[in-house]
Design a protein around this ligand. Structure first.
Ligand SMILES: [Zn+2]
Length: 363
């Protein structure tokens, strides 16, 4: 937690130096203070108070409960209290619900992720889900978080499944950016990808292939290694820049479609994105050797390669068609793929990806 202290100290020192005698700085600290993540949240709260004490900074703590509702309530409280800056948020759900409210109030946010399970921390977009976990929409901020501070000593203590899920989210970044580049489709900011974004997306994929398995092994033993550091960077920074600059396509739309079925809600974003990518590669007729490479990677690190692995064992065609229809909604990024994409094609791609994944498991 020592780096969290450092960040709070740096926020505090700058205004104090430039505005001696000005009103007292108030820092909002959002953390889960209830539920199973409360022990972590209390560490954040205590760390903030210890760091702020000697500097005379006012700390206002809010329980974000690691939920969208809690994050939104915390943000509204910070806006009412007119805090100068907000730090904290351990869970993506809470961050994403809070960011639009804090942006509206003109309050900068410093993100301190404790898991590397998605590329959301670095991005300026917030994905909104219903209270039941169904994808609803994407909200784009005016800017990205003011800072993202990742401490590998914290990440390595989180359950390994989070790190693996982050690899699933990052795995799709290159393929989706490549599709957007090929079809001249817009990125998350409404513009076309840069060569920088495209190449960082490729570096993200290459980094996963190179270091993913070793990073997982290190995380299982709670050992901080260079490989783990490379994967934290790929999951958080490379994937964040890659998707936001490069654009999204079928993998994330199929993920969004999967959220329509309640059985998938126990699975993390990156786990569903990984299966969405495997289906998407079927959809776009990707080269077989490339498809094999992605399956091999998923199998090596333990990402889903079948429908059963995202909670959909025995799911009938009619319900899978609901997934495909949601994935093909007019506003979905799946239409960044070449050619006309229809629910029938997506359904077949999901079934094909599942069949290949199942066959590979049996040999
Ligand atoms: Zn994602």
């Amino acid at each position: 937690m020592h780096r969290i202290f450092a960040v709070i100290a740096s926020i505090v020192v700058l205004p104090a130096a430039s505005a001696a005698g000005a009103e007292r700085l108030a820092v909002g600290v959002a953390a889960p203070l209830s539920g199973p993540n409360a022990p972590l949240g209390r560490q954040v709260e205590q760390g903030a108070r210890i760091a702020a004490g000697p500097l005379g900074v006012e700390i206002r703590t809010a329980d974000d409960a690691c939920s969208a509702q809690g994050g939104a309530a915390a943000a509204r409280g910070f806006a009412d209290a007119k805090v100068s800056v907000v730090v904290g948020f351990l869970c993506t759900e809470a961050i994403e619900a809070a960011l639009p409210i804090l942006k509206g109030a003109g309050i900068p946010v410093i993100i301190v992720p404790t898991i590397a399970s998605t590329d959301a921390p670095c991005s300026g977009c917030a994905v909104l889900y219903s209270a039941q976990g169904v994808f609803e929409s994407v909200y784009y901020q005016r800017s990205n978080p003011a800072a993202v501070l990742v401490d590998s000593a914290i990440i390595v203590r989180a359950p390994v499944r989070f790190l693996v899920a982050g690899m699933g989210d990052a795995l799709a970044t290159w393929f989706e950016a490549r599709s957007c580049h090929a079809t001249r489709s817009a990125n998350a900011c409404g513009g076309l990808s840069t060569l920088t974004g495209l190449n960082l997306a490729r570096l993200c994929y290459d980094t996963l292939l190179r270091y993913g398995a070793a990073a997982k092994t290190a995380a299982e033993q709670q050992i901080i290694t260079p490989a783990l550091g490379h994967i934290i960077e790929a999951n958080t920074l490379l994937s964040g820049i890659g998707f936001e600059s490069g654009g999204l396509a079928s993998a994330h739309s199929i993920h969004n479609g999967l959220t329509a079925l309640a059985e998938t809600h126990a699975f993390y974003h990156g786990e569903k994105v990984a299966f969405g990518l495997l289906a998407g590669l079927q959809l776009i007729d990707a080269p077989p050797e490339e498809i094999n490479e992605v399956y091999r990677f998923c199998e090596a690190v333990g990402l889903p390669t079948t429908l059963a692995a995202v909670g959909l064992a025995g799911c009938g065609r009619d319900r899978l068609l609901q997934v495909a229809q949601k994935a093909c909604a007019p506003e979905e990024c799946i239409h960044h793929e070449a050619g006309s994409i229809t629910p029938d094609k997506v359904l077949n791609a999901m079934l094909a990806a599942d069949a290949i994944g199942t066959r590979r498991k049996s040999v």
